[in-house]
Design a protein around this ligand. Structure first.
Ligand SMILES: C[S@@+](CC[C@H](N)C(=O)[O-])C[C@H]1O[C@@H](n2cnc3c(N)ncnc32)[C@H](O)[C@@H]1O
Length: 442
């Protein structure tokens, strides 16, 4: 199967079926079997690039379409974006970008949309223009939104929170591919094995458990690792785990509550930090995810992990309040810190999602923090970047009388705010955007 067809099918699954692009692309490449790595690379570029720039592409296509892009049949919309991305961002020759794209839609619905897609892409190819952003000084959010294909409400939020320059750098960084980062409790040994196998691997900049692999897929690292355990996990996520429970590394018998646990990246990191004589109680609302987490803990041999399927916004069955040495609440969120890996969120999130997420986050945090013993840290974490889900929510808890605790000793200072909260940004730290705060239960 060609790269363009793979990208087209994946983009349709994202647009029509609500799939995550990363999972749909992995599955499509797996199903395609032995394809040329260059074709796989092009399929990846087309899929992610089209989603990252979708809002810009729609704006560039609009003057050439008699119907609003948002009202088109999803297959036609996806085809137009795919063709436009090649014309406007990859410099693909017009005959190839248009001809190949039209060929893709011919196979859908007996080719009903092919003539329309052909006409719109041909018109765009004759006048290939990107929308012009307003000057940054006049309309900072407008500039960020148009220049980096970001929803206006996200641009406004980032400009108001971080300032125009940082918001622009952040939006730009979100349009770059994310590095492949893994976590290992034996990181240096893993790096040695990787290098001995000829892989380009280096330590992550801030997490002592993180390694960055370049130019090779994770299965190459799995072959090279020869039993050294590791897990794919962004460095920002590792920093959130360390922020929550780094102080427990090397302790004996520590108990940690992970209140929103699946798929378990942080659960397993916490298990590595407290070691085999500690305990991590992992709570997950959805039964299927809880089952998968239990199976994965068993497969990895983490007997210190106990999984409970429960709603963390309600009293937790079988758990005594004030009984944990650390509590992590890695709350469900809008995911705006992960746009590099999940660019489809740019098309799915709305301003209302932030307030909705904040309501649920507050309910979970208010319940989960009761399980930290007096003086022990309760860490509230999100992989999103909005004040409503992050600092504003934490401030509301502080206003209720919960005090901030300092970060663990030796925590990387350049990933902390003036208040001592964790804040990672792809523009500054080359990892996903995470926000976390440490509070003490009363
Ligand atoms: C951000 S994810 C957690 C990611 C995880 N900590 C990791 O590092 O792999 C949030 C998780 O919380 C779960 N969740 C959502 N609402 C919940 C609730 N009320 N109680 C417990 N878990 C919940 C979601 O199903 C999701 O698996």
């Amino acid at each position: 199967m060609s790269a363009r067809r793979i990208a087209f099918e994946v983009l349709r699954r994202v647009e029509e079926g609500g799939a995550f692009a990363s999972r749909a692309l992995d599955a499509a490449l797996e199903a395609a079997g032995a394809i040329d790595p260059r074709e796989a690379g092009l399929a990846t570029e087309l899929t992610y690039g089209t989603l990252r720039r979708a809002l810009t592409l729609d704006a560039a296509l609009a003057p050439h379409s008699r119907r609003a892009i948002g009202t088109l049949d999803p297959a036609a919309r996806v085809a137009l974006r795919l063709g436009a991305y090649q014309l406007l961002f990859l410099g693909t020759a017009a005959h190839a970008a248009v001809g190949e794209t039209v060929g893709l839609v011919k196979a859908v619905d007996a080719g009903r949309a092919a003539g329309f897609v052909n006409a719109v892409l041909r018109a765009l190819s004759r006048a290939p223009r990107l929308p012009e952003p307003p000057p940054l000084g006049d309309d900072p959010a407008g500039h960020v939104a148009v220049a980096e294909s970001l929803p206006r409400f996200v641009a406004e939020e980032w400009v108001a929170w971080l300032g125009a320059e940082e918001a622009l750098a952040l939006a730009r960084a979100m349009n770059q591919p994310a590095p492949l980062c893994v976590r290992s409790p034996r990181r240096d040994e893993l790096l040695e094995k990787a290098r001995a196998a000829g892989l380009a691997a280096r330590p992550a900049a801030r997490s002592p458990h993180g390694a960055i692999l370049s130019g090779a897929p994770v299965r190459a690292l799995a072959r090279a690792a020869q039993g050294v355990p590791f897990q794919v996990q962004d460095e920002g996520a590792q920093l959130a785990g360390l922020y929550a429970a780094g102080h427990l590394a090397g302790s004996t018998g520590a108990r940690v509550l992970d209140a929103c646990a699946a798929p378990g990246g942080k659960t397993f990191h916490l298990a590595e930090l407290v070691g085999p004589h500690g305990e991590v109680v992992a709570v997950e609302l959805h039964p299927r995810k809880a089952d998968q987490l239990r199976d994965e803990a068993a497969r990895r041999g983490y007997r210190q992990v106990k999984v409970i399927c429960a709603d963390a916004s309600q009293p937790l069955p079988g758990l005594a309040p004030a009984s944990f040495d650390a509590v992590l609440c890695d709350a469900p969120c809008a995911g705006l810190g992960t746009l590099r890996r999940h660019p489809e969120l740019k098309l799915r999130r709305t301003a209302e999602d932030l307030a909705r997420a904040a309501g649920l986050q507050r309910a979970i945090a208010a319940n989960a923090l009761r399980y930290a013993r007096p003086g022990a840290p309760f860490t509230y974490a999100i992989c999103s970047l909005s004040r409503a889900e992050g600092p504003a929510l934490v401030q509301a808890l502080v206003d209720l009388g919960f005090s901030r605790l300092p970060p663990p000793a030796g925590f990387p200072a350049d990933a902390l705010t003036a208040e001592g909260d964790l804040l990672t940004l792809p523009s500054r730290h080359d990892c996903d955007g995470f926000y976390a705060a440490r509070l003490a239960a009363r």
